[in-house]
Design a protein around this ligand. Structure first.
Ligand SMILES: [Zn+2]
Length: 90
């Protein structure tokens, strides 16, 4: 029987119970989505892409896990709906 190993696409960390990203990147994603929801209220009609763009300009205040995650999302053009689904999985 072959057990299929899965890895985080960002840092190649082997995945345990996580489905797509490793624990640290998943945590960063959850925070990213939660923060977007509160920013969306503050800046009316802020799109997910604009939000990520803003975050890349204030790198110092974004953690390293989030920075890597944001870069990955932008490079791979992963849409918000898919990310929300991933963020909800545990
Ligand atoms: Zn990772």
């Amino acid at each position: 029987m072959k057990i299929e190993e899965k890895y985080c696409p960002i840092n190649n960390e082997p995945l345990r119970d996580e489905e797509f990203f490793c624990r640290n990147h998943l945590r960063a994603l959850k925070l990213l989505v939660t923060t977007y929801n509160s920013w969306d209220e503050a800046y009316e009609g802020l799109s997910w892409e604009e939000y990520l763009e803003k975050l890349t300009k204030i790198k110092e205040s974004v953690g390293i896990w989030a920075q890597e995650l944001i870069q990955y999302i932008i490079d791979n053009k992963i849409n918000y709906a898919d990310l929300k689904k991933i963020a909800k999985s545990e």
